[in-house]
Write a protein that binds this ligand. Structure first.
Ligand code: HPA
Ligand code: ZN
Length: 359
């Protein structure tokens, strides 16, 4: 828990999360439990960090960069094998998110990292769907699933996975809300994925991409120009280093940047939370949301990210209201759901203001 006077308000504030990799919510304890259950050998002989959940957690404190993290991320997810594993993982995230005031979540998964190990796409999406339905019933939490393709694999693999999902009707029936693109960034500039994004655009499928995390602001520009991406995941370097024209373009197009402050610090994309470009985001009017990215690896879910920012930037209740509403506005849910969530935010802000005026 943070020490800011706004902690209770930030916890209660209805939130939308748009940048959370389901595989990145695999806590070390569950990782070890599933490894034992599924008889997966963790690489202890080459990496002592795999001795225990505690030693693994300690290693997570020392990521050098994105690729260093991704090495652990892909080993970790190799313990996910059957439908029950995926459902347990997703439900655990939704329960935690709901406990922190998340009312709408749009979560990523990386199908290629599972199908390459023999797990069927239908097994993954079917079990995640069950967790989504349970979260809706248990917490009133709405959610969408975004299929991310891996940048470190060839375009042909991404196209094949996309075709498989589309042929199965997952975009038409709403099982999948969008495609995304993640994994190692710098060696794989956005234009490499032109054919994939053109195919999705041609079918009217929504598109988002990780860009401007370790890659330069140019990757954000290319994502808009070449890929016609409608959302940018991270985009932090567009704000820390991008010129005014790029920022003005993001503002004018209302492109949502799904930002992840703790992740950015843990992967050495920025030196500290104080270097997170929160003021520039607010002052220029860029649409953005605050997210956890890979909470089990970076040591913070969405509320810890809100609190980390509040500790340093000391925002007002009105500024948080604007951020929360911006994140709802940028969500891929129905207008009806958005209207409902705007009202929920109004209620929480109103209650806070009334309580504090009375004192
Ligand atoms: N960046 C790129 N790929 C990822 C990330 C990230 O932050 N998290 C999980 N896969
Ligand atoms: Zn991410």
């Amino acid at each position: 828990m943070c020490n800011t006077p706004l902690h209770a308000f930030l916890a209660a504030l209805p939130k939308a999360e748009h940048h959370m990799h389901l595989e990145g919510s695999l806590e070390p304890e569950l990782l070890f439990e599933l490894a034992a259950k599924n008889r997966i050998t963790l690489p202890l002989s080459s990496d002592a960090a795999f001795a225990s959940p505690a030693s693994l957690r300690a290693r997570y404190e020392a990521f050098q960069n994105l690729d260093d993290f991704l090495g652990y991320y892909y080993i970790g997810m190799s313990v996910l094998v059957d439908a029950a594993d995926f459902e347990a993982l997703a439900y655990a995230y939704f329960a935690k998110a709901a406990s922190q005031g998340v009312r709408h979540a749009e979560v990523f998964f990386d199908p290629q990292a599972h199908t390459d190990r023999g797990v069927e796409l239908a097994t993954i999406v079917g079990s995640v769907r069950k967790a989504q339905d349970r979260a809706e019933a248990d917490f009133g939490l709405s959610s969408e699933l975004i299929m991310c393709l891996l940048r470190h694999l060839p375009l042909s693999s991404a196209l094949e996975t996309f075709k498989h999902a589309n042929d199965a009707g997952y975009f038409k029936d709403g099982t999948l809300a969008a495609i995304g693109m993640d994994s190692s960034e710098k060696p794989f500039p956005p234009p490499l994925w032109k054919d994939l994004f053109a195919a999705a655009e041609g079918l009217g499928i929504r598109r988002t991409i990780h860009a401007g995390e370790e890659g330069p602001p140019l990757y954000v520009t290319q994502s808009l120009d070449v890929l016609h991406a409608q959302r940018i995941d991270h985009g932090v370097r567009a704000l820390t280093e991008g010129d005014d024209a790029l920022v003005a373009r993001l503002v004018a197009s209302k492109t949502l940047l799904t930002m992840c402050p703790i992740s950015n610090v843990k992967l050495n994309c920025i030196p500290s939370i104080a270097a997170f470009p929160l003021r520039r985001l607010i002052e220029t009017g860029v649409r953005f949301s605050i997210n956890s990215d890979d909470p089990a690896y970076f040591g913070g879910y969405i509320l810890e990210n809100y609190c980390a920012l509040q500790d340093v930037f000391d925002l007002s209740v009105r500024e948080w209201e604007t951020i929360a509403k911006g994140s709802i506005a940028g969500s891929w849910c129905s207008e009806e759901r958005k209207a409902q969530l705007f009202l929920e935010i109004d209620d929480v802000v109103h209650a806070y203001v009334m309580e504090n005026e009375e004192q």
